[in-house]
Design a protein around this ligand. Structure first.
Ligand code: SIN
Length: 281
């Protein structure tokens, strides 16, 4: 498909599209922006290559979508408090985002999307995987769908970003503000995407604790089933980064997983998270 000089090419059968023919250093017309917005809704995650943009241009593009939802745990880029640094140094072992998750599900109103720009990439490795939560939901049996449709789940940031969380200890100065990791929130297990209306699975291994009214032990077998079901290769795509690549994903429609297979090399990404709207079943 090519409209207003913009080419949108699906990236896998499940989700993702590569957007070509745009220079994000320039301001986009309303028509150009509409093509990109439609691709974001249709494919759940969109990719751009060769965007040598400044932090100001990154912020300007992000603000076209929504106000910025500043992440309170990630260290910001110096001079740019609204841009989070996603960094792994050659001597570090833990990466950020190295398990399947969706960003900010621990918030009352979770972030709509996250826009990640590659500043430095390792010679190989450090790809990011994405999975479609619409496909994951649709592939469940009618019986399980009916049960999940009536459930809600508790999400939290405390066990990940709070004081004494193992992830915080192994991440060093890259994370901070553990005292802000206090909130528990409840979301439907299956949500209706606020823009597309598509039903998507909205629990994730990183931040979901248990089903509401169920103990963690009772919840675990079913959550574990959903976590392995949702990442079948047929529901995923894998993005290989180059310097200047951007991935912009919809946190209500997808999960992502940052591969940690480039020890001894530096990987530096700039991430902007964007405010969402309330989610409901
Ligand atoms: C993240 O989970 O936001 C980071 C993803 C990545 O670094 O690929």
């Amino acid at each position: 498909m090519s409209e207003f000089g913009i080419k949108v090419t699906p990236y896998s059968s499940a989700l993702g599209a590569l957007i070509e023919g745009v220079d994000l250093a320039q301001s986009l017309s309303e028509q150009e922006f509409a093509v990109i917005r439609q691709a974001f809704q249709d494919y759940g995650v969109i990719f751009f290559r060769d965007q040598a943009i400044t932090p100001e241009q990154h912020l300007a593009f992000a603000r076209r979508w929504s106000p910025i939802d500043v992440n309170r745990f990630f260290k910001p880029v110096e001079g740019y408090p609204e841009i989070a640094q996603v960094l792994k140094e050659p001597d570090q072992h833990t990466n950020i985002g190295g398990d399947w998750h969706t960003d900010h599900s621990y918030d009352e109103v979770p972030a709509m999307g996250s826009m990640l720009l590659a500043r430095e990439v390792p010679p190989r490795g450090g790809d990011t995987l994405f999975a479609s939560m619409g496909m994951a939901y649709e592939a469940l049996s009618p019986g399980l769908k009916a049960m999940l449709d009536g459930l809600r789940a508790v999400h939290s940031s405390a066990h990940v970003f709070g004081t004494n969380a193992p992830y915080v200890k192994s991440s060093g100065a890259r994370l901070g503000n553990p005292e802000a990791a206090t909130q528990h929130v409840v979301h439907p297990v299956v949500i209706r995407h606020p823009q597309t209306g598509r039903k998507t699975l909205y629990v994730n291994r990183a931040f979901t604790l248990h089903f509401e009214g169920w103990t963690p032990a009772e919840s675990k077998p079913l959550l574990d089933y959903l976590y392995q079901h949702a990442v079948q290769p047929e529901f995923t795509c894998r993005f290989e980064w180059e310097k200047g690549s951007i991935a912009f994903w919809d946190n209500r429609a997808t999960w992502h997983y940052a591969l940690n297979d480039y020890h001894g090399h530096r990987r530096l990404m700039h991430r902007i998270t964007l405010q969402g709207s309330p989610i409901a079943s």
